[in-house]
Design a protein around this ligand. Sequence first.
Ligand SMILES: [Zn+2]
Length: 246
Amino acid sequence: MIDVHCHLTEHALASNLDQVLEEARKTGITHLITSGTSYEDDLRVLEVADNKYVSASLGLMPYYNEDPEKVVELIKVSRDKIVAVGEVGLDYYLGNAGDRERQIKVFTLMIETARDLDLPLVIHSRSAGKYAIDLLIKHGVEKAVMHAFDGSVGHAMRGAEKGYFFSIPPSVIRSEQKQKLVKRLKLENLLLESDAPSLGPEKGVINHPKNIALSAQFIARLKNISLDKVVEATTESALHLFKINR
Ligand SMILES: [Zn+2]
């Protein structure tokens, strides 16, 4: 299994990273992608990633009002050390109405950066699924992962038609909306993510990458297919999308 989106630089995980990664290995996780959320966090992500077991993705959370150009510069000079741009996107839950224009500008800049560097995007879209998908389609994006997508099945299907992926966190076991997504989307459009230390199986409890095993099991149950099939399909998709060497 590949955890395509987690935050190993968050204190809850960074403070005992060796153990976190050891448990991930024991659970059958063969690779992880840790995503940065700010310039400072991106620097830490580059330190944590070894490009063997852990790959890096650099981005800027839409609700952080930081200089996006500084992050873009870091992404550009780090091109050969990273596998994606993210997390980036739109957050209309935390961002107030007046902030949306700024978020769209920053997201557009990140979309252009990913395209110029030929990297996939890892996208945060809270209460903004429709708008994020619209923007990706408008810019002709071909490689994108909608992480923990909270939008409607209808908007997800529009993204899936364009070949976008939807990474499913362990919170799927307690989210009816995510269960609906899993049921409707094809297995070929699904990936596994932990978003650790967030979005665990139990609300408010620190999440760990090893819990993507729960996502995989739950997807198998919802789609009435074997666990092996889920693991094989999601792993193949992740290897191919992020160009990860076995
Ligand atoms: Zn995240």
